[in-house]
Write a protein of this length. Structure first.
Lengths: 200, 200
């Protein structure tokens, strides 16, 4: 059985959302599992002295256009939410807390968070929204609300961000196949070829 | 006859080089001409307070790896030259000077500059190399050498950089089809679909 693929992302990354709608099915065609690894782009950008895409002159406005066009090209529903981007530490903490209980529930929650933000325009920075999405995925709402303030859960996300930085992650989505890194949903064709040919 | 496509690039941009090897043939399949428009990324980056890709932490090393892999994916010969990147004002000035005489000669020269740098590792920042490449494309070597110091030729490139900024160009390659902008050689599939369907 080949090694799982690592999929690093931030829940407020639109290109990360697009990747989230494709990577599992693509990997499954090559008998691969995918490890989903939410992190906080804010932590990465602070380290790199970078800034969120929408606030970069010229590139920012282009990117909003390109995000919509890339979604249409892939056939994936997407509306740029307002506000955009948002803080995603609650969503990421809930993900890791859920993952400690049930991988499948965590995966369903992650899809639900992405779609809540990029399809339904819900405010995924809100604790209440995060708890509601976790409950809809099958978690206990009160336990989830408590977990979001739990120091061990907070530390779990800090560790995840540190691990992402150590793995070279500087953006979202960032996919790693057997040590080979692919940044951006626009690398899907190369990812497919890499999986099919074992490198090229 | 549909409008020509605009292809903005810097001669020291590896992704620009990859695009230069594909855009004319792709456009021709849809009865389109391509206007090649060299500019100076340094001017753009100064305006945007940005910096060359290789000098950005984490993203820089990744990009050198991605450039090579993208070249293999497209089946185009490429070696990252040393030094990289280099100043390309002489090459760009020679291009516009040649274009004023003969479009086809300018196009042949542009291909030769890209290949001299990214295949043969020649120093395209050198006036001597630029003049030699222009002469090989059919130009008069002495006249080309004089043109590189001509104020009107220098102004032509300044104007081109100003026009690129005004057109929203913030990187290389930057392709515009009927007002629709595409940044990056990784947008080739979207460019092809846009040309085939007239938008999507």
């Amino acid at each position: 059985m080949p090694e799982p693929i690592d999929f690093h992302f931030d829940f407020s990354s639109p290109y990360g959302y697009l990747m989230s709608e494709r990577i599992d099915a693509l990997a499954a065609r090559f008998d691969r599992k995918v490890r989903w690894k939410p992190m906080l782009l804010g932590v990465v950008y602070k380290q790199l002295d970078s800034q969120p895409l929408p606030s970069i002159p010229m590139k920012g406005p282009y990117s909003l256009h390109d995000i919509r066009r890339s979604a249409r090209h892939l056939g994936i529903a997407l509306t740029i939410p307002t506000p955009f981007p948002v803080a995603t530490q609650h969503a990421a903490r809930a993900y890791y807390w859920l993952h400690g209980q049930d991988c499948a529930m965590a995966r369903a929650f992650a899809h639900a968070v992405f779609r809540a933000y990029f399809v339904d325009g819900r405010d995924i920075s809100s604790k209440d929204v995060v708890v509601a999405l976790a409950a809809a995925a099958g978690a206990d709402a009160d336990a989830c609300a408590r977990a979001l303030d739990d120091d061990a859960v907070k530390q779990r996300l800090k560790d995840a961000c540190g691990e992402a930085l150590a793995a070279g992650v500087f953006g979202s989505p960032y996919v790693v196949i057997d040590g080979e890194p692919f940044w951006g949903v626009d690398r899907l064709a190369q990812i497919e070829r890499w999986l099919a040919e074992g490198g090229f």
